[in-house]
Design a protein around this ligand. Structure first.
Ligand SMILES: Nc1nc2c(ncn2[C@@H]2O[C@H](COP(=O)(O)OP(=O)(O)OP(=O)(O)O)[C@@H](O)[C@H]2O)c(=O)[nH]1
Ligand SMILES: [Mg+2]
Length: 280
């Protein structure tokens, strides 16, 4: 991760987001559908307070569809509006806009009641690194998005992007730190590529991922890597895959570095299957 979340940095980020929050009517909390818990910032609800929020479950194309349905139910039960999306294809984005309008309707109605002109509803996107904030901003604004100039009285020249449906989007996403102190969370983030591989060596990372996949998604591994033997040890599976993919060094040694990168890449791009690592 190219962001080091020093305590000072966290404090500054928190303050920045709090400041931006004053400008918006609704917050989109973006989560990775494969790891909704690990990609959730631990302090987000405290920072947001009682500002209306929509949870956006992104990258649904990479997650298991049934598990995503369960996550949607889970968040709904807690009274939160939740919309699953794929910000690359735009699936779910229309629904997100519709739901956002429902969420902010009360506020706009109140303005009208007071005799004030209804104004565009303002949105801010918040999420941990790599969860798809920029992709969502691009999808929401489309190519012909108009940047509207600085609002008077708004600090440090923030830009608003005008959207369809009488909405405006703050062009700077709130980048939040993940709960990386928890080793399980750090692993999930690293598996999905949210934390750069530097936090641990890729061989250990691929080994741990393979261990989990062999336990919980054996069919996917068998199918992808044509494994028919019943292995007990993760290292045997790794060796099999390595040989299968021609990752061999001089002296018939397995090239663990190469095969580890292949396994991680194929998992992250969904080639091994649509896999959710976390379940409600
Ligand atoms: N498969 C898939 N990939 C996605 C989706 N949304 C985003 N991505 C990919 O995820 C990666 C990160 O997306 P960004 O939009 O840059 O994420 P971000 O939250 O802005 O990241 P930072 O600015 O680094 O915090 C990119 O490679 C995107 O192409 C999605 O719905 N499905
Ligand atoms: Mg970005």
């Amino acid at each position: 991760m190219n962001i080091n979340w020093y305590p000072g940095h966290m404090k500054k980020t928190k303050e920045l987001i709090r400041e931006q929050l004053k400008l918006v009517d609704v917050v989109y909390e973006l989560l990775d559908a494969r790891i909704p818990m690990s990609s959730k910032n631990p302090d987000i609800d405290k920072i947001i307070g009682n500002k209306p929020k929509v949870i956006v479950l992104n990258k649904i194309d990479l997650a298991d569809a049934k598990t995503t349905v369960k996550w949607v139910e889970y968040f709904k039960q807690n009274g939160t509006t939740v919309i699953p999306v794929n910000t690359i294809t735009g699936e779910g984005v229309k629904k997100l806009i519709q739901e956002s309008q429902n969420v902010i309707k009360e506020k706009m109605d109140a303005l009208i009641k007071k005799g004030r002109k209804p104004r565009p509803a303002r949105i801010m996107i918040a999420g941990v690194p790599n969860v798809g904030k920029s992709s969502l901003i691009n999808k929401l604004s489309g190519r012909k998005s108009t940047q509207i100039g600085d609002r008077p009285g708004v600090t440090k020249g923030k830009q608003w992007i005008r959207l369809k449906g009488n909405m405006e989007l703050l062009d700077t996403p709130g980048i939040l730190w993940p709960k990386f102190e928890d080793p399980e969370v750090a692993l999930s983030l690293a598996f999905t590529g949210a934390i750069k591989d530097e936090i641990m060596d890729t061989e250990t990372l691929a080994y741990k991922l393979l261990e989990i996949l062999w336990k919980d998604h054996r069919e996917d591994i068998i199918e992808r890597y044509k494994i028919n033997e019943e292995y007990d040890e993760t290292i045997e599976i790794m060796d099999h895959i390595g040989r299968n993919r021609g990752c061999i060094l001089k002296g018939n040694e397995i090239d663990y570095s190469r095969i580890s990168n292949i396994i991680l890449d194929e998992f992250r791009s969904g080639k091994i299957g649509r896999i959710s690592l976390e379940h409600p």
